[in-house]
Design a protein around this ligand. Structure first.
Ligand SMILES: Cc1ncc(COP(=O)(O)O)c(C=O)c1O
Length: 456
């Protein structure tokens, strides 16, 4: 089977545990702080927003967290996801590198997001929650929570970032088909949304604003909790099924990655593929290079400051230490809506500070070009977010060609782009431009970072 392309696992191989990298960190994470007291938050501070089981997953340092059977049962709809060897892309690039990709676009929503949506809906259901609010940037996360809500009988309300709502009407139709309510953000439904619109009626929205709206509603209602599609430790934890499966599939291919590449919005699909491998390295195994790829128009890891900041724009969330562009920063309206977030997952940021990962940034047109090159060789049309990972993997393969090295590259193809055809049409018509963020706005947003006293 020298020329095998697909590496498939049986349903029985769906992981039984999520992997918690907090167990293997050489240095613990900085605490999450209460913005009023500047003291570490306790579980009760988060209880209005999340069920206790998820709050405990935020802080546990246990290495393996058992995946509940009802969650595994639903995972069977699309998991284990396939691992592919991109032989045709290798040929087109003329690289001696071996390129593998894990394909998460086989899920009902078309990306990795249901891996955590199903888990979050399950824990909320067990806690008796009947309504969930959330934000969505690409529409992938909103669709995923809508799908999970339908399975568990939970009402879902999604605040979709305005620019994405306008660009992707079919994402909204998918959410509504699953029974969710989808509202463009900023909206007139919340106090914060109304305040933003009063200042700028044509505001394109941002993930930070949509999070504020969803949190505002959840905080006000006893029967409603909030679900976040990325950033938090428990979300990254749930995504590790991606890397755990990929490890077994790489073994089937008799290969181990030298380089792992993922795109980063809030950090969850990147963590999903990378953390199990990073953990194995921290426990004495091989240490692949780990490359995070982010948009040059919203470059939190490569241009942001590592500092305490709010997760949302209205400052309703606790303070976490992360790479941030400042919570009031509004990224330009480029097409990878899932990457338009001012911050980065605290866990991913912490690993960056520990030099356990690298980060690079690319502009959207070069990422679309990479996505099209990939589609013409491999057939799958990636989501605009995933194009960043494709670009990163191609750059690594071209480096291998220049250096004459036959390294093994693994990347996460975290979603398909079938709801993103307007972006592809704009790209093909030459209408897509590389958007620059406003340096002055960035400086202002960074100057507004909360001042947090250094620990004694
Ligand atoms: C397909 C896809 N990839 C990536 C992302 C970015 O999120 P994360 O960095 O949490 O994986 C999103 C977010 O909406 C997405 O829809």
């Amino acid at each position: 089977m020298g020329d095998q392309i697909k590496y498939l696992l049986d349903e029985s191989r769906i992981p039984k545990h999520w992997y918690n990298i907090q167990a293997d960190l050489p240095k613990p994470m900085p605490p999450v702080l209460h913005p009023g007291t500047m003291k570490p938050v306790g579980p009760d501070d988060l209880a209005p927003l999340f069920p206790m089981a998820l709050i405990m997953q935020e802080v546990t340092t246990e290495r393996e967290i058992e995946i509940p059977e009802p969650v595994r049962d639903i995972y069977r709809v699309w998991r284990p996801a396939p691992l592919f060897r991109a032989r045709r892309l290798e040929q087109v690039l003329g690289t001696p590198a071996r390129i593998f990709y894990k394909y998460e676009g086989v899920s009902p929503a078309g990306s990795h997001k249901p891996n955590t949506a199903v888990a979050q809906a399950f824990y909320n259901k067990v806690a008796g929650v009947t309504r969930l609010t959330t934000e969505t940037g690409a529409g992938q996360w909103g669709s995923s929570l809508a799908f999970a809500g339908a399975l568990f009988g939970i009402d879902v309300t999604v605040f979709q970032v305005r620019v994405s709502y306008d660009q992707k009407p079919y994402r909204r139709a998918l959410m509504e088909s699953y029974g969710a309510r989808c509202i463009p953000s900023p909206s007139t439904e919340t106090e914060y949304g109304r305040a933003v619109l009063a200042k700028r009626p044509d505001h394109p929205g941002s993930l930070g604003i949509a999070i504020s709206e969803a949190v505002e509603i959840a905080a006000q209602r006893e029967d409603t909790k909030y679900a976040l599609g990325s950033v938090l430790n428990h979300v990254l934890l749930h995504q590790t099924v991606v890397g755990i499966e990929a490890m077994e599939q790489m073994q089937m291919a008799d290969a181990y990655p030298d380089v792992i590449v993922g795109c980063t919005g809030g950090g969850s699909n990147f963590a999903g593929i990378a953390f199990p491998f990073i953990g194995a390295g921290l426990r004495g195994g091989a240490k692949p290079r780990i490359v995070a790829v982010e948009p040059a128009a919203c470059p939190s890891l490569t241009r942001g400051k590592y500092a305490y900041d709010f997760g949302d724009t209205a400052h309703m969330t606790p303070l976490t230490k992360m790479h941030t562009l400042g919570s009031t920063f509004t990224p330009p309206g480029f097409h990878a809506g899932g990457l338009r977030y001012h911050g980065m997952a605290p866990l991913v940021s912490h690993l960056k500070e520990l030099d356990l990962i690298e980060a690079v940034a690319y502009h959207q047109t070069e990422c679309f070009a990479a996505g099209i090159q990939f589609a013409r060789a491999e057939g799958i049309l990636p989501a605009p977010e995933a194009n960043h990972a494709v670009k990163g993997a191609i750059e690594e393969a071209l480096r291998c060609k220049r250096e004459g090295r036959s390294e093994t590259i693994l990347f996460n193809l975290c979603g398909h782009g079938h709801f993103d055809m307007q972006a592809y049409m704009d790209y093909t018509a030459g209408k897509l431009t590389d958007q620059q963020y406003d340096e002055q706005e960035l400086a202002m947003a960074l100057s507004g970072l909360p001042s947090v006293p250094e620990p004694a």
